[in-house]
Design a binder for this molecule. Structure first.
Ligand code: AMP
Length: 302
């Protein structure tokens, strides 16, 4: 089954201790859809400005992403500038220019309104709500967000959380949202709003999933070199949702598998700037690394 994703398509300028990149392709929906495209059909809804080059659109169409919901309007594309210090888990936002996203009214193409799987990637929660209003027949909905929106529109973020099945969020942002140092308490506060599942992304420490009655924890792949963590969260979500949608199986057992596949995809993405590594992976390398995850976490009972 296919996934509909709404989120940002952006120009990113990123500085890490290992190098920098200026105005490269980024955005939450870009990373998400590229990652998910390895497992299922994806349709993207977003807006870009007239400065957005065709070659970036081609990168998506080469991955068979349906871009009929990507509109180009007069103005400039969304821009984000960030820096990472040696703690690569923590992105420091230097600049956010919403540009064409400031007055974007998402219009979901008629044939996508009953899509089974919907992912609301990181973007203005008011836009996420407008998409939820239009896609009313989805079987499984999930969302992401970030501190920028938690700090400026917390009530809208809460409303989004209350209307989805799964919340995917960073560790620091979960703590900030809930006002709790304990991740267990933060997860409970989010679950109390209505979602069935929360997955907290913990950067190089992996991801942890909470439901009302269960907890599952997966490590991140221990890479020797991480070049640029930008997009790791969206790539994780893309791999995770990609497996869930391609199998149509929303059981917890399958979501556990999907978390490991998401972590596998994220581990590739951080090996290079922008989508340089993610854009043409081979099935074999994805499968090999997934297998390594299995060995990494295997242990015998007492
Ligand atoms: P992450 O997967 O969390 O590293 O997300 C990185 C992507 O989020 C970058 O490519 C940015 O373009 C995008 N981004 C940064 N800030 C925002 C924002 N306020 N709203 C939407 N997308 C953003």
């Amino acid at each position: 089954m296919s996934i509909l994703v709404v989120g940002s398509v952006a120009f990113d300028s990123v500085e890490t201790p290992f190098g920098k990149a200026e105005d490269v392709l980024g955005g939450s929906a870009t990373y998400f859809s590229t990652s998910a495209s390895y497992f299922t059909d994806v349709s993207l809804v977003a807006v870009v400005g007239e400065d957005f080059p065709d070659e970036h659109v081609t990168l998506l169409t080469d991955r068979k992403v349906d871009v009929s919901g990507l509109t180009k309007v007069p103005g400039e594309t969304f821009r984000w500038k960030g820096r990472y210090d040696y703690d690569l888990n923590q992105a420091h936002t230097l600049e956010t220019h919403l540009n064409v996203f400031s007055d974007f009214e998402p219009e979901i193409p008629e044939d996508h309104r009953d899509n089974d799987f919907l992912f609301l990637a990181n973007i203005d929660p008011e836009l996420q709500l407008k998409v939820l209003d239009q896609v009313t027949g989805a079987r499984f909905t999930a969302c992401d967000t970030m501190n920028f929106w938690i700090e400026s529109k917390i009530e809208k973020v809460k409303e989004v959380f209350s209307r989805v099945d799964l919340v995917v969020i960073n560790e620091g942002e979960a703590r900030e949202f809930a006002g709790e140092a304990s991740l267990v308490k933060a997860a409970k506060k989010v679950l109390a709003l209505g979602p069935r599942i929360i997955i907290i992304k913990r950067g190089e420490y992996g991801a942890i999933m909470f439901t009302e009655t269960t907890v599952f924890s997966a490590p991140a792949y221990p890479l020797e070199e991480i070049f640029d963590p930008t997009g790791a969260g969206d790539t994780f979500a893309g791999g995770m949702m990609g497996l869930v949608a391609s199998t149509g199986d929303i059981s917890e057992a399958n979501i556990r598998r999907a978390i490991v596949l998401g972590s596998t995809m994220a581990s590739f993405n951080v090996e290079a700037f922008s989508l340089d590594r993610l854009k043409d992976l081979k099935t074999e390398e994805i499968n090999d690394r997934y297998g390594e995850f299995k060995r990494l976490t295997h242990f015998e009972g007492l």
